[in-house]
Design a binder for this molecule. Sequence first.
Ligand code: NAD
Length: 357
Amino acid sequence: MNYKIAVIPGDGIGPEVTREAVKVLDAVAKKFGHTFEYNYLLAGGAAIDEKGKCLPEETVKAAKDSDAVLLGAVGGPKWDNLPGEERPEKALLGLRKALGLFANLRPAIMFDELKGACPLKEEKVEGGLDILVVRELTGGIYFGERGVKDTDDMGKAAYDVEMYSEKEVERVAEIAFSMAMKRNKKVTSVDKANVLESSRLWRKTTAKVAEKYPEVSLENFYVDNAAMQLVYNPKQFDVIVTSNIFGDILSDEASMITGSIGMLPSASLAEGEFGMYEPVHGSAPDIAGTGKANPMAAVLSAAMMLKYTFGLSEESDAIENAVKKVLGEGYRTPDIMTEGKTLITTSEAGTLIADRI
Ligand code: NAD
């Protein structure tokens, strides 16, 4: 099969880790007889330097014309003094909106080989961890009405509105339940239905979607309890589905449990099969150009792309297994280095993984 992939390397370590992800994809193509056609596009600081804006129209158009997008990271000190609207990070919001990416998937997987990096007691994570956080990405308080107004006696007041429609909740819940069907068949929906009207609609709508998936069990947690349970008993979770703001916070908490940020992939999905895949980390300007970046988050993002957009589960598993093998053989980039292990560079990590496909 022939697949068209838009590659947006971005800034800082973005191009370095993306290069390794492409190296691994090439190894997959060779082994399984696929053709991956890469279309390299500009976004972020690199686009500002070359085209004068962080998200040129041609990037959006070409991304839409592709089957999936693989992104590195954007941003860096060089562009930090630009006004908000012109900053490289704005390109991410622009891409999410233009591509209709309404669901963000962040797996928090703890590789047994790296359990030393987990900040929780060993008995809490015995046997490893595999949680998938599904966060609504284009609605809720981050996109609601906002404003500042004067009050009679309390000075200025500012507000941001949290609003969700049934359709918005339904489509993200559908994703969570269909993911759970391929996993351990459990969905935890997180809200604040004891206080918020929008959460009560969220809960009702999620329950309705659950009726279509009798094999999947649904439980509802208030967000404060979910935050607590994630560190108290993280193994109870399979798929967590939640709103934009709660997901923003809980997905960071869940991923910290697993240790290094250099290991965490993510996917943002649109209606249908289309998706944008990127590591959770940023452009890490402090280590850019030194060969110290861990490319595994980018490589695992490419694995997610194969599974969720292209439906190539076997190929995706081959990448995950190759990463585990490299870790099992004791190879480590500096961010996950421990005593007695073999230190490797960004490019060596990519080559070792590609060789094990
Ligand atoms: P960051 O994720 O870039 O870095 C945080 C820390 O983690 C740094 O010490 C860095 O060296 C380390 N780190 C990150 N990725 C690593 C990897 N693959 N291997 C080894 N170490 C790694 O976050 P930050 O420092 O807050 O942000 C730096 C820039 O990135 C900023 O301009 C920010 O706006 C941008 N950013 C972009 C994205 C994105 O493109 N999706 C996300 C977050 C931050």
